[in-house]
Design a protein around this ligand. Structure first.
Ligand SMILES: *Cc1c(COP(=O)(O)O)cnc(C)c1O
Length: 430
């Protein structure tokens, strides 16, 4: 589907996966708003259903607009192939599904998007899967958490809510030693800032809802496979290495090589779980990705400037942005995300919970929403919203203490954002 990138990122974000429409010459990727595709004849249909020929059958599995997006994201990540799905959470399930079975577990970072913590602690139990949460800064603890039933390691390159940075290379080495894949959620970094596959990750998942689309219009997700993991080596991944009864005993790893995981995602995952991205959604995301690098540069520039301003402000206790020298993750930026520490961080307001609420209620440009990665600046107070159900100790452990707010810095004028924060901080701490 896509090879090693030969062009630069700015070229690929516009061109990868897209070619003039063969029927009309349309330059932009058309929205193929269709559920089904006419077979040339009965033999063609049979070959498609047997996976002997690649083509379009039904849009729950494949659609040309979605295929263009899959190829574009896979190319930007330097992967062999990608599968888009209906949301970031769907992508996470789609990444785990071929690897897991009842009784199996994953080792996951304690620093994850709140919804992912819920998915991993509660929902996956219903499949008989479980997750062990470990502080990924403690490499010995990560190693110790892996047992014979561990099928994968899962973490975020730049983690919510504080913008913490994971040492992807160090964790990838641990996964290699254990013979299991490392899955990186690269949503908050994007392939522009961080290239997990180059750092040793096997699979990359995205919520395309966030920076990839970039303007808060559609939900979507994507799983990218590096194509580098040998699924047959250990016997631990029978879905990929053993005969598949639903396809006449076909073995995905043997038949599709580096595209085994991608073909499994489409031919089994989307076929049976049905978490499909629609072509209209794919179109919005394709439009967004065309300007990804430009937006990310501005997100980083603005975040850097605003984080510094906040850190120097007496009404603010501390700021968690990894781009600041005061961050314990500052040295990792160069290694993990050399183009910058992203647009997401938290800061503590003097005056605690009450001051945070007042700050948010008095902001004019920032929107109070449960989202991130939008062109517009967003703010949320985790303790009264997303982390409300936790007690104070749990909130602190999750980086969501009562006195902090999380911001997703947009691409507006940084000086306007600073002016807005300034006036709202005055009212909040008066
Ligand atoms: C939003 C988000 C998700 C979930 O994605 P949805 O598209 O909302 O399902 C997963 N991981 C991270 C880091 C996110 O920000």
């Amino acid at each position: 589907m896509s090879g090693e990138p030969t062009y630069g990122f700015d070229t690929l974000q516009i061109h990868a996966g897209a070619r003039p429409d063969p029927a009309t010459g349309a330059r932009q990727v058309p929205i193929y708003q269709t559920t089904a595709y006419v077979f040339r004849d009965a033999d063609h249909a049979a070959a498609l259903f047997n996976l002997q020929e690649v083509g379009y059958i039904y849009s729950r599995l494949t659609n040309p607009t979605v295929a263009a997006l899959q190829e574009r994201i896979a190319t930007l990540e330097g992967g062999a192939g990608g599968v888009c799905c209906s949301s970031g959470h769907a992508a996470q399930l789609m990444a785990l599904f071929p690897l897991m079975a009842p009784g199996k577990n994953i080792v996951a970072s304690t620093r994850l998007y709140g919804g992912t913590v819920t998915q991993f602690t509660q929902t996956i139990k219903r499949f008989g899967w479980s997750a062990t949460f470990v502080d990924f800064d403690d490499l010995d603890a990560v190693k110790a958490a892996i047992n014979d039933d561990t099928q994968a390691i899962f973490g975020e390159a730049i983690a919510n809510p504080g913008g913490y940075i994971m040492d992807v290379r160090a964790i990838a080495d641990i996964a290699d030693d254990a013979g299991i894949p490392l899955i990186i959620d690269n949503t908050t970094a994007t392939p522009y800032l961080c290239r997990p596959i180059e750092l040793g990750a096997t699979l990359v998942v995205h919520s395309t809802t966030k920076y990839l689309t970039g303007n808060g219009t559609v939900t979507g997700g994507c799983v990218v496979d590096s194509g580098k993991f040998d699924w047959a080596a250990s016997g631990k991944f029978p879905s990929l290495s053993e005969p598949e009864p639903a396809y006449h005993g076909l073995k995905f790893a043997e038949t599709f090589g580096p595209l085994a995981f991608t073909f499994h995602g489409i031919a089994i995952g989307l076929r049976d779980l049905g978490m499909t991205m629609n072509p209209q959604g794919a179109h919005y995301t394709l439009m967004g990705i065309e300007t990804l690098s430009l937006r990310m540069e501005r997100h980083v520039q603005n975040a850097q400037k605003i984080a510094k301003w906040l850190e120097d402000d007496p009404r603010v206790d501390y700021v968690t942005y990894a781009g600041l020298k005061s961050s314990k993750y500052f040295d990792r930026v160069e290694k993990v995300c050399p183009k910058g520490a992203g647009g997401l961080f938290t800061f503590a307001v003097k005056g605690g919970y009450e001051a945070c609420i007042k700050l948010i209620d008095n902001l004019e440009i920032f929107s109070h929403v449960a989202n991130l990665g939008d062109t517009r600046s967003l703010i949320i107070h985790p303790a009264s919203t997303t982390h409300r159900q936790l007690d104070e100790n749990q909130q602190r452990a999750a980086g969501a203490a009562p006195e902090i707010v999380r911001v997703s810095i947009g691409i507006e004028d940084a000086d306007d954002l600073i002016m807005d924060l300034d006036q709202a901080l005055s009212k909040a701490t008066a």
